[in-house]
Design a protein around this ligand. Structure first.
Ligand code: PMV
Length: 319
């Protein structure tokens, strides 16, 4: 069997994070400039079932046998075996190369899962469709993060902007006009699981107030979807501002995130909000394409640790 590789992009949540955990819709898009690439090679000298995994970027090297039973990669291997109805995966070497920062809210764990599921199943000559890849990646995400909504694995599997409601088929969004985004990292964040648990605690204490906030976010998402599909981007910035405000009320912003959102607007972004779990991590700003580089530079001066650029394109303009 020859070596096989598969790649998966990063992701950004445009609207609806946190409320999506409570059944509201959210919108996410792939970030194409950063990706995970997984290469699978045969390992003919080893017995069947022996799998070597290495990820030089995070200094990870292990064999399947060394992984604890509950390790997400064990979930991934078992799920592939069950789906393909094979008793044991053959001997192979798996290498993970990544330009996606781990723990920065870009969906690195879901990207590793999706690229790995595709590379292994293609290596076996038994490729899976998007729905099957997404289902397995969701199981692996649960092993990683506890109770994720499933938005990360879904947008990364489909590699298209999506409108997502928990436990429903994702709906692909065909954007009408290109949109340029700058993503900027405000520094380390607590894990998404911790942020989600904090929101849950506050929701339990103030159910009515939080249900109201989630509902308002859900309404914003519905409007944003229509705007993206109809192509009147000028209406997006107020929705971004409102979504950021509601996320602040939910208690998931931070001084560093608020500072970067403000800085982005001051240096010319049309709109900006925190994205993902919050408490730190990333903001996303909608910008004029010709100003993207200079806004990214200015955000670095304002304390961003890293920036990324990405463009959502209508299907017929995709490269
Ligand atoms: O931290 P991220 O970028 O993976 O985003 C988490 C999004 C949440 O809505 C907060 C959680 C979830 O599982 O949807």
């Amino acid at each position: 069997m020859p070596a096989v590789s598969a790649s998966a992009p990063g992701k950004v949540i445009l609207f609806g994070e946190h409320a999506v955990v409570y059944g509201q819709p959210a919108i996410a898009a792939p970030v194409t400039g950063v990706f995970v690439k997984v290469i699978v090679q045969p390992n003919p000298l080893k017995p069947s079932g022996s799998i070597e995994i290495e990820s030089p970027a995070v200094n990870f090297h292990a064999t399947r046998a060394e992984l604890p039973e509950q390790h997400p990669l064990n979930t991934l291997f078992q799920q592939i075996e069950q789906t393909l109805q094979i008793s044991r995966l053959p001997a192979m070497k798996i290498r993970i190369n990544s330009t996606l920062p781990a723990g920065a809210g870009m969906g690195s764990s879901a990207a590793v899962s999706v690229a790995m599921i595709r590379a292994i199943t293609q290596f076996l000559g038994l490729p899976l469709d998007n729905e099957q890849v997404n289902r397995i990646a969701f199981e692996v995400e649960k092993a990683f993060h506890g109770t994720p909504s499933g938005i990360d694995n879904t947008v990364i599997t489909y590699q298209m902007p999506i409108y997502y409601v928990r436990n429903h088929q994702p709906q692909l969004i065909h954007v009408k006009e290109p949109l340029t985004l700058v993503i900027a990292n405000a520094g380390e964040a607590p894990s998404t699981a911790e942020m989600v648990a904090g929101v849950r605690q506050r929701w339990q204490q103030h159910p009515q107030q939080y249900e109201g906030l989630f509902h308002q976010i859900g309404c914003l998402v519905e409007s944003a979807r229509q705007i993206l599909e109809q192509g009147s981007w000028q209406q997006l910035p107020p929705l971004m501002e409102k979504n950021h405000q509601l996320l602040r009320e939910i208690g998931v912003s931070s001084p560093a995130l608020d500072k970067l959102v403000k800085a982005a607007l001051q240096c010319g972004a049309y709109g900006a909000k925190l994205t993902g779990g919050g408490g730190g991590g990333n903001i996303v700003a909608l910008v004029h394409p010709e100003e993207a580089d200079s806004i990214a530079q200015q955000l670095l001066k304002e304390g961003a640790l890293h920036t990324w650029l990405t463009t959502l394109r209508p299907i017929n303009e995709e490269r």
